[in-house]
Design a protein around this ligand. Structure first.
Ligand code: PEP
Ligand code: MG
Length: 593
């Protein structure tokens, strides 16, 4: 049976220009600006002309009064940059040329004030259109805003104002004036996304200065979002996700939490290597779901991509992605600046990862169902399409392929055979591939840990997926909140499995990484160093803290901590011991509550 799906609530990922970093998750509010329907009429006699001039002057005074009010409110809240933008608007309002042009139109052409004002704004538009500099050309929006404000005051029309909307919403609009944006600070808007706008627009500058996450230039977001829809805004990557499914939502809740915890705090030394005091270097990777996250991963100190969850490529598509679609994405990934290697995990569809295409059959117990490598080995053509694209991309940068959910040797044999066939086909067609593609398996199913020695002889590296490993070892559904209290990375069974995996890998001379969430939790960093993992890959925002702990400790000290932790038989005791030790060892790093 196919998954039932409400077509109007399908997850939609839009890419715009992220102009102010931060993550917001909230309800959308469509901010439908008043686009004044400008009336036109001729003034029949001189008396009407002077009445019209009075009307214009009143509207100008009223507009100035409103702008001054906004400015004072902003200043009271300490908003330097936003209040400066209001000053610019007041200057335009008082500008002699702006006024004289409008008066001339009223007097000479005998047209009403709204029409005269519109002609003035049009005149400025023509002048600004000729300006080459993007930034200066973008300043026309200030004149346009002032024109609209005065027209609104002339016609008594109601333009929706930010002040009228509820607090705590995500504003979605065609465009926002800098003044609207500035007012968001007063009215506690969570974030915004617009169809129009660019990086240098005042709207973008204001969003940054008032620290509201924002994405502009989305082109058609107002067409696909309705008030009260759930939306996520990632102002760093420029992604806006509409109707996020539970999987994506959970990831962004985490991302937001980490972002808030960390902010930019440790960014300055994030690019230093993760080398312990006794000179052991640990490779640090970033986990990503979208390639747009790469610059942020690099700035947070990722040396490579330790886990690219490629199933996200399949989100919300009418058609399956083609080989070319995949290839373009992977090429972009491997060629990205600052990324030394890219671990591309073949798609892990099924389980809790629901997508519009392919239609995955509904299963009673999807976590243990036809997901990940099992699904790939059934849908071989779909699998090959992806593999061919990855192999092609390997000609442009260092690629590591990672197979998810491997439970035994047959699956790795089959996956490798399909990989070799795909590679041979490409080479036969004269298409080049990288010389040194590494093949690895995720160790996330308990049986894989038990046979890790055999698997290690088949691959170039392991990557431990603690998210799934813990759910399977402790038999707890990772998305069921009723059993999350049992989810314990420091459970002795989990620790023994990690140790066993690392030992099996190292005995066979291969690299062992960890890419589950456990790798990014600073509380566990010394435990993992003690395990002698070669690579830790995590949500990029966590990298600076983890690196800092690595740089301040030694492998010897970490091994001693691990040895003592593993002497306890109870998870509770291990946790108490590890937390106490870490808090004492890094007093500034962990709150002592
Ligand atoms: C894991 O299971 O630990 C992992 C990294 O993969 P995912 O969270 O995508 O299942
Ligand atoms: Mg997993």
């Amino acid at each position: 049976m196919a998954i039932e799906e409400d077509q109007t609530k399908r997850t939609l990922v839009l890419k715009g220009i992220g102009v102010s970093p931060g993550i917001v998750i909230g309800k959308a509010f469509i901010f439908d600006q008043f686009d004044p329907q400008i009336t036109f009429y001729r003034l029949q006699d001189d008396a009407l002309v002077s009445k019209e001039i009075d009307r214009l002057e009143n509207a100008l005074r009223e507009s100035e009064k409103q702008l001054q009010e906004i400015k004072h409110k902003l200043q009271d809240m300490g908003g330097e940059e936003p209040s400066y933008i209001i000053d610019v608007h007041i200057m335009i309002l008082k500008d002699k040329m702006f006024l004289n042009h409008t008066l001339d139109h009223i007097r000479d052409m005998r047209v009403n004030a709204e029409w005269a004002l519109r002609m003035t704004v049009e005149k400025y538009k023509k002048l600004f259109d000729k300006v080459e500099d993007d930034y200066l050309r973008g300043r026309f929006s200030d004149i346009q805003y002032v024109g609209q404000l005065v027209i609104r005051n002339l016609s008594g029309g109601k333009r929706e104002v930010i002040a009228d909307i509820n607090k705590g919403v995500v504003v979605i609009a065609t465009d926002l004036s800098p003044a609207d944006t500035a007012q968001m600070m007063i009215h506690k808007v969570l974030g915004f996304a617009t169809d129009m706008g660019g990086r240098t627009s005042h709207t973008a500058i204001v969003a940054q200065s008032i620290e509201i996450p924002a994405v502009v230039g989305l082109e058609y977001i107002t067409k696909v979002v309705r008030t009260n829809d759930d939306v996520i805004i990632d102002g760093a990557t420029g992604l806006v996700i509409v109707h996020p499914d539970p999987e994506i939502l959970n990831r962004y809740v985490e991302k937001r939490r980490h972002f808030l915890e960390l902010h930019e705090e440790f960014l300055h030394d994030a690019i230093l290597p993760a080398t312990t005091r006794d000179h052991r270097q640990v490779e640090i990777g970033g986990n990503i779901e979208f390639v747009e996250e790469i610059p942020s991963a690099v700035s947070h100190g990722a040396e490579g991509i330790g886990l690219y969850r490629t199933e996200f490529i399949y989100i919300n598509r009418e058609q399956l992605p083609t080989e070319e679609d995949h290839f373009q994405i992977y090429r972009h990934l491997v060629e990205s600046q600052g990324i030394a290697w890219s671990t591309i995990r073949t798609f892990d569809l099924g389980g809790d990862k629901f997508f519009s295409k392919p239609k995955v059959a509904k299963e009673m117990n999807p976590q243990m169902g036809l997901r990940a490598i099992r699904f790939c080995l059934k849908e071989i053509e779909m699998f090959k399409t992806q593999l061919r694209a990855i192999i092609r991309a390997s000609a442009y940068g260092k690629v590591r392929i990672l197979f998810p959910m491997i439970s035994g040797i047959e699956e790795i044999h089959q996956a490798k055979r399909i990989f070799s066939e795909a590679k041979a086909d490409l080479l036969a067609q004269g298409i080049s591939a990288g010389e040194d593609i590494e093949i690895g398996v995720m160790i996330e199913v308990p049986s894989a840990v038990v046979v890790a020695d055999a698997l290690a002889r088949e691959v170039d590296f392991f990557s431990i997926g603690t998210n799934d490993l813990i759910q399977y070892v402790l038999a707890i559904d990772r998305i069921n909140e009723r059993v999350t209290y049992l989810y314990e990375p420091l459970h002795p069974a989990v620790l023994r499995m990690i140790r066993q995996t690392v030992e099996a890998g190292h005995r066979a001379g291969i690299r062992v990484a960890m890419c589950g969430e456990m790798a990014g939790e600073p509380m566990y960093t010394m435990i993992l160093l003690g395990m002698e993992l070669d690579e830790l890959s995590m949500n990029p925002v966590l990298i600076p803290r983890v690196k800092r702990i690595i740089r301040e400790t030694t492998i010897e000290e970490s091994k001693a901590l691990l040895k003592r932790a593993m002497e306890f038989n109870s998870a509770v005791e291990i946790r108490e011991f590890v937390e106490k030790t870490m808090k004492e060892r890094f007093p500034g790093e962990f709150t002592s509550s």
